[in-house]
Structure formats: structure tokens, C-alpha cells
Design a protein around this ligand. Structure first.
Ligand SMILES: NC(=O)c1ccc[n+]([C@@H]2O[C@H](COP(=O)([O-])OP(=O)(O)OC[C@H]3O[C@@H](n4cnc5c(N)ncnc54)[C@H](O)[C@@H]3O)[C@@H](O)[C@H]2O)c1
Length: 425
């Protein structure tokens, strides 16, 4: 099956992304030509228009990385790209420096021949030298993520989240691109989450390990997983296990699996938010729908968990902190600061808040009441899930800085902001 050439949008030709903030934008005659001729390095971001991907793309640009986003818009909208550019340009205008490059390729990352064409565009071929990719790292967000949907349509999840990953890894291997950050999830801890006050990476491993517990005793852990309750969580565990095997067979790979806890909030500019196509089951978008009258109420799944108020407890992490965790991970990988070829990291705050507490915090910030309906537990849920984030702090030099209150305020700002200003920038 032959693929059409990838469809590009380039920040360089966008009025929002200028190579020199003091001069008017100029349109390159052929965006692809400029890609072939430059010697810059890029980070490939799959799923970069989604909730976490868009915030991470913005933080990557702010940190000086050129990016290429691949997204098939299955759960996002094209205009997110211009919002990323607008927010990045506001930042660079403020500090008087040119913004790095951003390219958008609207494509399915599972279309391997299309992806091959894309990677070819970023391969440097110089006489008497081995071809080298200008892509120095990949952050792989693209996946399906709705737990209930995954129980109903498991093959759809294994196709996109597992088979797609395998094909992508083979293609990257062919191009010598071996620095890979994988969006994993606290879901890999399965039902261990309920019996473990704060989860550490050693609770779920891909090879036999021994570690020293807090009481000084030695704990041995066998590879495997415990009580993963749904195909989505299993797809993430399979992804990690596959990546671990790839690294064992070829340690020239650097693979970092980031186990996200519960990202909430949005960028403080109010330009980026959580705006999925599906009616997401995540707490914040569901609360927003109830807050804005788009849905009659917010369903709270279970008030009989063994937690302080009976509602489920999660480690809610501000999306900007999470996005910056990717920048910290990428720079640790590129500076060779990672021990070993494969490593997992929890990205969380270390503190749990209950669903009820989040609802109260949102109500306090908005001065509005959120109508709630208490319903039974959802299949696939656990009562409590909180991270131990120490490994990321020690090895990546990253820790969270923002609070639940910040997340609620930023979300409220996002909801109030006049999106018309996007086009007037
Ligand atoms: N949001 C969370 O609570 C959470 C928690 C843990 C892990 N994760 C993981 O983080 C990643 C990003 O999550 P998110 O919340 O930003 O989700 P999202 O749905 O907002 O973003 C995913 C993006 O990937 C795109 N995409 C999906 N399949 C694709 C494909 N085949 N080709 C190209 N693009 C594709 C979608 O259009 C979307 O823009 C996912 O891998 C998810 O499993 C999310």
C-alpha cells in the first residue's frame, strides 16, 4: 500500500511563528525544502495536539527544542497547533528571542509508509558519511486512553497502543533514532494501588530486582503485573514490557517510560486546555461539562471506597508540571544522565486528593455549584492511586511546583478567556 506524502503545516510559514521577532513573517517558497536544507535537530512528538502532547509541545518550544508533531486528530483539533504557536510566540516576544521551529504533520502514526516518508524528510545525507536523522528524540503520546471504551473495544486499543508502537519502533530502529520517551500510566500498577499508600517504580518491573524498603528490609520483586483491571492499562504495561525487551537486546536504545498519575488543569495563558473529541471520562473535562451546563451533572463513581470521604483518591498533577517533566526527561536522556538503557519514572506529586475535594476546589474558584450525582463504582477503577515521585526528582532533577488550587484557577481562566484573541495576536 503506498501512502500519499505527509501533509505538513509549518510554524515557520505561519504568521505566528517568526524566525525574527523584530521583522515581519516571510513565507518560505517550499516548507519541505527548508527542512531538507537545515542542519537543526528536532524532537518528534506523536499525539502532540492532545491534552498532554499540546502542553508538552509548548514547553519543548519554550525550552528551545524544534518539534515535529504527528497527530491524526482522532481526539484533538487542528487549531490546537496555532494555539501552541501563539503561546510560544508570546513567550519569545517577551524575552526578545526567536521561537524554535514547529511542524505539524496530520497523519496516523500507524501509517508506516507515510511515517517513513516523513522520517526521510529529516534525514541528513552528506557525501562520504552515514545518513543521520535530524530527529534526536521521540515522545510518543499517540494512543487511545478511555478505560471504559477499552473494556468494550479491546482490539481497538491493542491495535493503536501496542501494534502501532511495535511498528513505530521498527521504523525508528531503521532510521537510527533510538531515544524514546513513552507515555505510560499509573494504570500499570493495577490493584496494587489500593494496598500501597504510595506507589514506587519498583512495585511494577520488567526484570527481577531487589530493593531496600523504607524499614530497611530487602524486597525482591519478580517481573510482571498485578491486577491490571482493563485493556487500556494492559496496553500500557505491554508497551513498557516490549520496550524493556528491545533495550535488553540492544542497549544503544534509551527508553524512558513515564508513568503519569492524574493530569489536570491547563497552561496559565488560557490558550491551551483539555479539549477532547470524545466525551472524556477524566474528572476535569467531566466537571467542566457539568459546570458549564453541557451536561446535567457530574457523576461521582463510588463513595464507598476506603478513603477519607469515601470518594476515590488520586494524585492530581498540574499539566504544566507534567509537561515540564518531559522536558527534564528529554534533557537527562540527551545529556547521558540516565543509568541503563531502560528506566521507568512516576510523574506525580506524592499527595492524594479525593474527587470530592477536587469538586470543592473547582466550586470555590468558579463561585459556582457543580451538580453531582453519586453512582456506583466504575469497572476498572481503584480506590486510591498516589505516586512516590522521588526517583524523578533524584535522577531527572524534576519535581512538581503547582498545586490543585493552581490547576483549578488555570482551568477557570481557560474557560473564561475570549478565544477570539487567538486570531488577533
Ligand atoms: N490524560 C491522562 O489522564 C493520562 C494518564 C496516563 C497516561 N496517559 C497517556 O498519555 C498519552 C496522552 O494522553 P492525553 O490525555 O493527552 O490524550 P489525548 O487523547 O488528549 O491525546 C492523544 C493524541 O493522540 C492522537 N492520536 C491517537 N491515536 C493516534 C494515531 N494512531 N496517530 C496519530 N495520532 C493519534 C489524538 O488525536 C490525540 O491528539 C496517551 O498515551 C495516554 O494513554 C494519559
Amino acid at each position: 500500500m503506498s501512502s500519499p506524502p505527509p501533509e505538513f503545516s509549518t510554524g515557520a510559514s505561519s504568521p505566528q511563528l517568526r524566525s525574527d521577532p523584530s521583522t515581519p513573517a516571510t513565507e518560505p517558497e517550499d516548507p519541505l525544502e527548508s527542512i531538507e536544507n537545515d542542519d537543526d535537530q528536532y524532537v518528534l512528538v506523536t499525539g502532540g495536539l492532545g491534552f498532554i502532547g499540546s502542553h508538552t509541545s509548548l514547553e519543548l518550544l519554550k525550552a528551545g527544542y524544534n518539534i515535529i508533531i504527528v497527530d491524526n486528530l482522532s481526539n484533538s483539533y487542528r487549531d490546537v497547533f496555532s494555539r501552541i504557536l501563539t503561546a510560544a510566540n508570546i513567550h519569545y516576544d517577551r524575552i526578545g528571542l526567536p521561537c524554535p521551529k514547529a511542524e505539524l504533520c496530520c497523519a496516523d502514526y500507524q501509517d508506516i509508509s507515510g511515517m517513513g516518508l516523513l522520517l526521510a524528510q529529516y534525514t541528513l545525507r552528506t557525501p562520504n558519511a552515514v545518513p543521520r536523522s535530524k530527529i534526536t528524540g521521540v515522545i510518543h503520546f499517540a494512543a487511545f486512553k478511555a478505560v471504559a471504551d477499552s473494556i468494550k473495544y479491546p482490539l481497538k486499543y491493542y491495535q493503536n497502543n501496542v501494534r502501532g508502537l511495535i511498528d513505530l519502533l521498527s521504523l525508528l530502529d531503521d532510521h537510527g533514532i533510538k531515544s524514546f520517551i513513552f507515555s505510560s500510566s499509573a494504570a500499570v500498577y493495577g490493584t496494587l494501588a489500593d494496598g500501597t499508600p504510595r506507589l514506587r517504580e519498583e512495585n511494577c518491573v520488567h526484570e527481577r530486582i531487589a530493593y531496600e524498603a523504607e524499614d530497611g528490609g530487602e524486597v525482591h520483586v519478580e517481573p510482571g503485573c498485578t491486577g491490571i483491571t482493563n485493556p487500556y492499562g494492559r496496553s500500557k504495561w505491554f508497551g513498557e514490557a516490549i520496550l524493556s525487551d528491545v533495550c535488553k537486546s540492544d542497549p544503544s536504545w534509551t527508553v524512558l517510560c513515564l508513568r503519569y498519575f492524574n493530569p489536570i488543569g491547563c497552561d496559565e495563558s488560557g490558550l491551551l486546555g483539555e479539549d477532547p473529541r470524545d466525551s472524556a471520562s477524566n474528572l476535569f473535562p467531566a466537571a467542566v461539562r457539568a459546570l458549564t451546563g453541557q451536561s446535567p451533572e457530574l457523576c461521582i463513581y463510588g463513595t464507598d471506597w476506603d478513603t477519607r470521604d469515601g470518594s476515590a483518591v488520586r494524585d492530581f498533577i498540574h499539566i504544566t508540571d507534567l509537561a515540564r517533566g518531559h522536558v527534564a526527561t528529554l534533557s537527562a536522556a540527551q545529556e547521558g544522565r540516565i543509568t541503563g538503557s531502560f528506566r521507568t519514572f512516576n510523574l506525580g506529586t506524592g499527595t492524594g486528593h479525593s474527587v470530592m475535594e477536587v469538586v470543592q476546589a473547582l466550586e470555590a474558584v468558579s463561585d459556582l455549584e457543580i451538580p453531582v450525582r453519586i453512582v456506583g463504582r466504575r469497572p476498572g477503577d481503584v480506590g486510591s492511586c498516589v505516586a512516590t515521585p522521588d526517583r524523578a526528582e533524584k535522577e531527572l532533577g524534576w519535581k512538581t511546583e503547582k498545586s490543585l488550587q493552581d490547576a483549578c484557577e488555570d482551568l477557570w481562566n481557560y474557560l473564561r478567556i475570549d478565544k477570539a484573541q487567538l486570531t488577533s495576536y
